[in-house]
Design a protein around this ligand. Structure first.
Ligand SMILES: NC(=O)C1=CN([C@@H]2O[C@H](COP(=O)(O)OP(=O)(O)OC[C@H]3O[C@@H](n4cnc5c(N)ncnc54)[C@H](O)[C@@H]3O)[C@@H](O)[C@H]2O)C=CC1
Ligand SMILES: NCC(=O)COP(=O)(O)O
Length: 339
């Protein structure tokens, strides 16, 4: 069975609640050896408030002291420091071989910053501690209507919109596309993936009238990528709005559409607005390129509903189930290679 560690996220948010709700489902908890990296008192307090949740007394726990006092619904330096320590512990124990997989509950980047930990997100801490600089942020969701699976990689992530054009270089795009192809092949078994790639500007620039990046270099880059990755079908540059029409149709079962195996969005909201519109309740954020599997729900700390008992755990369940699916696939592939 996969050995999975769940970091508890920001204790002022809904992380603890969605973990305990998700683990109350035996279909989830019986598929892996699960340990929580978090705080015993906060888990017990959360359990006492909920009607249907796993009892922390019956769960494996790496207890980590929480510095300062935590106020539910308010992310601050204490909650940021706590969430940082939970994740650090989960990563260190995974790197030492204790776990195969990390599932992370959400943290607030602003609370990390208040605690002096300046990272764009959890992904970058995971990559830094794992010693890799080739990694990517991918979102995966299976449609409850059609079973179709949406897979979208973000070429750039947590940067101001004004910095996107300068951070988006041929090197960055090549690295992200390479990772997306590798992931579709290795983790999803799609040997010749069909990938749609978005333009940057409205209408992919409309021949330069609405932005020049497509003409200046992105179209040439894509041509070069078709030579470099002959095993993949690379379609684009898709106008960034209409690129999501077929995925929407495939998701909701609106006719026969030939949607792509993977989507490359050039910046955070270009990818995450459509993903969350379709699948906010069930999309999974997975970090690709790390030496271990990492997944997370797609939502954040939801401070506005923390402690109210109304948080939906579907995305956390999906994150755990997807992590188990990836771990089983990895174990099978390693055993076939004799590793
Ligand atoms: N994986 C992670 O660690 C992530 C962390 N964040 C962080 O979370 C903080 C808040 O971000 P927001 O943009 O407000 O997004 P959010 O996802 O926390 O909340 C957006 C809205 O959705 C609702 N919501 C979120 N999750 C829900 C759930 N499971 N059940 C029911 N309702 C839910 C919230 O109540 C809120 O109204 C930020 O500091 C951000 O950095 C955001 C996304 C992912
Ligand atoms: N928008 C996705 C997000 O905020 C998750 O980031 P990370 O903490 O997983 O790096």
């Amino acid at each position: 069975m996969p050995r999975l560690v769940i970091s508890m996220g920001d204790p002022a948010g809904i992380g603890t609640e969605v973990i305990l709700k998700a683990l109350a489902d035996p279909a989830i908890s019986q598929q892996a050896e699960i340990t929580i990296a978090g705080n015993r008192n906060i888990l017990l307090e959360t359990y006492d408030r909920l009607d249907s949740a796993a009892n922390p007394e019956n769960l494996n726990l790496l207890h980590i002291e929480t510095p300062g006092s935590i106020t539910l619904g308010t992310g601050n330096a204490a909650s940021g420091e706590a969430g940082f320590r939970y994740l650090e512990t989960a990563i260190d124990r995974t790197l030492s071989g204790e776990f195969d997989v990390i599932v992370t509950a959400p943290i607030a980047k602003s609370a990390w910053k208040a605690a002096g930990h300046i990272y764009p997100g959890q992904t970058e801490l995971l990559a830094e501690k794992a010693g890799v600089n080739r990694f990517g942020m991918m979102f995966v969701a299976r449609s409850p209507h059609t079973d179709w699976e949406l897979r979208a990689l973000l070429a750039t992530t947590h940067i101001p919109l004004s910095q996107v054009p300068e951070k988006l270089t041929p090197e960055v795009l090549t690295l992200k596309l390479d990772l997306l192809i590798e992931s579709l092949q290795d983790s999803f078994g799609i040997t010749q993936p069909r990938i749609a790639i978005a333009g940057l500007n409205p209408h992919s620039g409309e021949q330069g009238q609405l932005g020049r990046e497509e003409i200046d270099w992105i179209s040439d880059w894509l041509e070069a990528m078709r030579d470099r990755f002959p095993q993949a079908q690379l379609d684009g540059l898709s106008p960034p709005d209409t690129m999501w029409v077929k995925p929407g149709q495939a998701w909701f079962g609106l006719g026969q559409v030939n949607a792509h195996d993977g989507y490359l969005a050039l910046y955070h909201d270009q990818g995450l607005i459509p993903v969350k519109l379709m699948a906010f309740d069930r999309a999974v954020n997975t970090s690709i390129g790390l030496p271990f599997i990492r997944t997370s729900p797609d939502h954040g700390t939801a401070f506005d509903i923390a402690g109210k008992g109304i948080a939906d755990a579907t995305s956390m369940k999906a994150a755990i189930e997807f992590a188990i699916r990836l771990a089983k696939r990895k174990a099978l592939s390693q055993s076939m290679k004799g590793i």
